[in-house]
Design a binder for this molecule. Structure first.
Ligand code: IPM
Ligand code: MG
Length: 409
């Protein structure tokens, strides 16, 4: 390579390279097995055939237990008759705390994972994700591990601001990209660190297909595929190539592709941004851009997400556990809307469409239209508990539909 001085590796470096090659080889074996498993994938679970549908509640860390508790209260209220009739069971899953994970030195302790796997869907609060230099050992993110263990390949994140014409649904790939081997990168030597990014054909295909299906079913007629395929040629190149192939099967759905950098800019452009409807993109880009998108709507505290797989699904806020809010004594002022939005998505996913719509209308009224209370994350705003009560009262209003309609012309 021009400009690089030719130099042969010394024997320590040669050893390091051999170890890295071995590690890389092991990762490829795992990833090829994952590809085969995806190809053999089972059918989608049919919740009409499941009784009771078991909803596991996982509080998480930091502000998690608090905001998740508010969401659970509303869920309990909406499902009380179904619980009595034995159609649904709500089950608390204890133990997915950073303290426990550190004690067990496991991202998700075995016994907790076993309990989670006995459920059908999970309502989860955010969990703490350690990084180098934190007081915790640098364990893998519990979110990432759960998405992988339950094969929750689609992270669906809606953002809606009706009076600005914004109505976006992001389909973030959730089991590959920069995340799947995010804890298996290598410090090859003291001076050289390498991470891996993975995109597979079946992995890209299943998320892209879901996005196109969603656009088609909801008459949205517009899918935007976001990559950095001009630079990250192998993986993002594959994602875009698969998108082009899948798009051919949906001639009625228009699609276009954007690079992540300009897409990030266009979300800020009031003229352009209203034209986006369904956006599908690899994991890390989806992580970043959905925080940006949620900010227009009032911040990450307002945004929920559905992590969907064929057998399991998990619903959670899009944000982390906000340790800073806890340290600064502001946890009681955390916005529970994210966890409550996630609850509405859960209800819809398991077939309680009417209850999901009621909850969504109540959320819209409380956080977008009427805004009788404002949550600011600080003591100058409403507490999370007061805001959850406001939503609870609104969801019970017999005139809910008319009230919502009055803001929607
Ligand atoms: C999210 C979060 C997680 C992620 C963190 C907490 C690991 O930011 O759900 O977007 O990066 O996926
Ligand atoms: Mg994120």
């Amino acid at each position: 390579m021009s400009g690089t001085q030719e130099r042969k590796p010394d024997s320590d470096q040669r050893d390091a390279i051999e170890r890295a090659k071995q590690h890389f080889g092991d990762l490829l074996v795992e990833q090829l097995a994952r590809v085969e498993a995806m190809k053999a994938a089972e059918d989608w679970i049919d919740y009409t055939q499941v009784q009771p549908i078991i909803i596991g509640i996982v509080g998480g860390d930091g502000i998690g237990p608090m905001i998740c508790h508010h969401a659970e209260r509303i869920l309990q209220f909406l499902l009380q008759d179904d619980v009595k009739a034995g159609l649904v069971e709500l089950r608390a899953i204890e133990g997915l705390t950073i303290e426990n994970r550190v004690k067990a030195m496991q991202t998700i302790p075995d016994e907790v994972l076993a309990e989670i796997k006995k459920c059908h869907v999970i309502l989860k609060g955010p969990t703490t994700t350690p990084k180098k230099g934190d007081p915790w050992p640098n364990l893998e993110s519990a979110n990432v591990a759960m998405r992988r263990e339950l094969d929750l390949f689609a992270n669906v994140r809606p953002v809606k601001i009706p009076d600005q014409g914004i109505d976006w649904t992001f389909f973030r790939e959730n089991t590959e990209g920069a995340y799947v081997l995010g804890s298996q990168g290598l410090d090859v030597t003291d001076d050289l660190a390498v991470d891996f990014k993975v995109i597979t054909t079946p992995g890209a295909e299943r998320i892209i297909r879901l996005a196109f299906d969603y656009a088609k079913k909801n008459d949205l007629n517009k899918v935007t595929v976001v990559t950095k395929a001009n630079v990250v040629k192998a993986t993002d190149g594959k994602f875009l190539e698969v998108a082009a192939a899948v798009a051919k099967e949906y001639p009625e759905v228009e699609w276009d592709d954007w690079f992540i950098d300009i897409m990030t800019a266009k979300l800020v452009d009031p003229y352009r941004r209203t034209s986006f409807r369904v956006v599908v993109l690899p994991n890390l880009y989806g992580d970043i851009i959905t925080d940006e998108a949620a900010q227009f709507q009032g911040g990450v505290g307002t945004a929920g997400s559905a992590n969907i797989g064929k057998r399991y699904a998990m619903f959670e806020p899009i944000h982390g556990s906000a340790p800073r809010m806890v340290q600064e004594g502001r946890a009681a002022y955390a916005d529970p809307s994210s966890n409550i939005r996630a609850t509405a998505m859960l209800l819809r996913h398991i077939g309680f469409d009417e209850k999901a719509s009621r909850l969504e209308m109540a959320l819209d009224i409380c956080s977008l239209y009427e805004k009788k209370l404002a949550v600011t994350g600080r003591s100058n705003g409403a507490s999370g508990a007061a805001f959850a009560d406001y939503i609870m009262e609104t969801v019970q209003d017999p005139n809910l539909q008319q009230r919502w309609q009055s803001y929607n012309g």
